[in-house]
Ligand binder design. Structure first.
Ligand SMILES: C[S@@+](CC[C@H](N)C(=O)[O-])C[C@H]1O[C@@H](n2cnc3c(N)ncnc32)[C@H](O)[C@@H]1O
Length: 317
């Protein structure tokens, strides 16, 4: 297992965007390795509630009386804040997706680089695994999710291969999924090559599509878009006037949702105007899709797809 749980992306820019108020109440809905949470506390937050649905993240617990860990999906933000007696918050951060830990921990099944059970659950107690999705969805449903969440051009062909393979026997492991994307390789060379340490050897030309295929399944298994939608609405309603919401996104679908939500204040992205044609929105846009600088990408290549969006809750007139 990797020693590094996670390296936070765009740390300075995110903390600047949150404009931390001393004694303010903040929420980090994606605790992970705790890098952002620590920085929020160092910047002087009065109290910080950090959510993570993966109990492994608790190994990064922060010893500070201003800190509370919430082991839950962030879609239940409102319920948990009610539980703690918090009606309004000064700021919220969401650094979406998974931690390095998930990719680097072979047995969790998030990576096509390792032979492992096809799992991909962020919450280890959730019922549905990636194997359940792969074996129970229809060919059409698989094709749609590969296109929608992975933008895979050959998603339909992969879905067909999967359905053919699973008619023989249930698909249970990462390497079986890899084989479905690399059928020519398997037939010519007698299957993909798994090294003694469990690493799967994949020719470079397949890596991009495999990353997209695994991403699509991960998003579906964890209902990432559904959780994001519910959390955005709760955050909008709980944010104090002058409060900030900072979101780091990593793929176009979630980025588009966040962008439209901050612009319009609703999930449909419908812009409403007043009698004079002024846009009615609860947010002013502070950051509109800032990306990591070249130096950061060099130091932490996984930050290259991060986009930072920050909205400030408008004080009503
Ligand atoms: C990109 S990492 C966050 C890293 C963190 N900012 C840091 O500095 O280490 C995302 C984390 O959020 C968690 N997560 C993702 N979706 C979640 C959800 N819907 N509810 C709760 N936790 C979630 C994942 O388990 C993962 O640990």
């Amino acid at each position: 297992m990797s020693e590094i749980y996670h390296i936070p992306a765009m740390l300075t820019e995110t903390i600047e965007g949150l404009n931390i108020k001393p004694d303010g109440v903040y929420v980090d809905v994606t605790f992970g390795g705790g890098g952002h949470s620590r920085a929020i506390l160092e910047a002087g937050a009065g109290h910080l509630y950090s959510f993570d649905q993966d109990k492994d993240s608790l190994r990064n617990a922060i010893d500070d009386e201003r800190w509370t860990f919430v082991h839950s999906n962030f879609r239940y933000l409102r319920n948990w804040m009610d539980y703690y007696g918090i009606e309004q918050i000064d700021g919220l951060l969401a650094d979406l997706g998974v931690s390095f830990h998930h990719f680097d921990c072979p047995e969790r099944g998030f990576s096509f680089r390792f032979s492992a059970p096809l799992d991909m659950r962020m919450n280890q107690t959730a019922k549905r695994t990636a194997a359940d999705v792969v074996n129970s969805y229809s060919e059409e449903e698989l094709a749609q999710l590969f296109w929608l969440y992975g933008e895979l051009k050959n998603g339909r062909g992969i879905a067909r291969n999967i359905c053919k393979a699973r008619a023989q026997r249930r698909i249970e492991r990462t390497e079986e999924l890899v084989e479905n994307l690399t059928p020519t390789l398997s037939s010519r060379e007698g299957g993909i090559h798994i090294l003694e340490n469990g690493e799967i050897e994949v020719p470079a030309q397949y890596k991009k599509d495999l990353a997209r295929l695994f991403q699509a399944l991960r998003i579906e298994v964890n209902d990432e878009m559904g959780a994001l939608r519910e959390m955005l609405v709760a955050a909008r309603d709980m944010l104090k006037p002058g409060g900030r919401i900072a979101i780091l996104t990593y793929h176009s679908l979630e980025d588009r949702l966040v962008k439209n939500f901050l612009r319009s204040g609703n999930l449909e992205g419908t812009i409403e105007k007043d009698f004079y044609g002024n846009i009615l929105t609860p947010f002013e846009i502070i950051e509109k899709g800032r990306t990591a600088c070249a130096e950061e990408v060099e130091r932490n290549p996984r930050s290259r797809s991060a986009k930072l969006r920050v909205g400030g809750k408008i004080t009503p007139p």
